[in-house]
Write a protein that binds this ligand. Structure first.
Ligand code: FE
Length: 277
């Protein structure tokens, strides 16, 4: 196990249903047999499910991380191969953290990972990111240099953003890191961790249901989303290196243009109490 994890523990946002697991004096988190069995069931179901769906960068990342099959990994175990690949590490955080804290970690190449795991009742779906989502869905992709550089730059931009810009940036994150697709010679493949850590969305993403649109920064900024449904729209990049280019575009000008043009009509039904952005 590596010693480069240096995990950070940050205060939770009030209202979260789950509580963070606190590391012991040795920096290790003790999970219960039940929690380890939830991880086992999730990873053993998801690994075959993402075959032929996940992009090759994700598949390569899975090989590099070589995640345990029968128990929840310690974040230090994740940070070690991640550090070798791109200099990134995983940082322990509670369920949800403020945007500024989140961006500060990303800007320092630390990926915030909630340390709790979902309960068996929420095996298929939960709104809050748990350790399976963070590690399997996101840390895997962070072994890719272009994806890692994009995420780091995103954090730096987030620290400069005001409230309006932050909302645009959240949309960019949503339609790339969480729900991004790639056009490859083999067909459409997924790099978004929100899809690849969800059994339902993995199957749905390959169906003819979602509306696939070519990635366009201004369009992404104009697209509303809901966090509690399968995504009706995905944006497709030509290749993963384009993320690096996106990070170096004039994002703030693109936001101004999006603001002038206005938001697209939502491609989903309204829901009174839904969190949308
Ligand atoms: Fe996520």
């Amino acid at each position: 196990m590596g010693s480069n994890a240096n995990n950070i523990v940050i205060e939770a946002v009030p209202g979260s249903k789950y509580t963070a697991k606190t590391p012991d004096a040795n920096g290790l988190i003790n999970y219960t047999v039940e929690e380890d069995s939830v991880w086992r069931d999730l990873i053993q179901r998801q690994q075959p499910a993402v075959k032929g769906v996940a992009c090759q960068e994700f598949v390569h990342g899975m090989e590099l991380l070589n995640l345990p099959q029968d128990r929840i990994p310690q974040l230090a175990e994740v940070s070690e191969p991640l550090g070798h690949a791109t200099g990134w590490g995983a940082a322990a955080v509670p369920a949800l953290i403020p945007f500024t804290t989140f961006c500060n970690l990303l800007a320092n190449k630390r990926f915030p990972c909630a340390t709790f795991i979902r309960t068996r009742e929420e095996l298929n779906y939960l709104e809050e990111p748990d350790i399976f989502h963070e590690v399997f869905g996101h840390c895997t992709m962070l072994t890719n240099p272009s994806f890692a550089a994009f995420t780091e730059t995103y954090g730096k931009l987030g620290l400069e953003a005001g409230d309006t810009e932050r909302t645009f940036l959240e949309r960019l994150y949503w339609f790339t890191v969480e729900f991004g697709l790639l056009q490859t010679p083999e067909g459409i493949r997924v790099y978004g961790g929100g899809i690849l850590s969800s059994i339902g969305e993995t199957q749905y993403a390959c169906s003819s249901e979602p509306d696939l649109r070519p990635f366009d920064l201004v369009d992404v900024f104009r697209t509303p989303y809901r966090i509690d449904i399968m995504q009706p729209i995905y944006y497709v990049l030509e290749n993963i290196e384009d993320l690096f280019k996106v990070a170096h575009m004039d994002l703030f000008s693109a936001m101004k243009k999006a603001e002038e043009l206005g938001m697209f009509e939502p491609a989903f039904p309204p829901k009174e109490d839904a969190k949308s952005a």
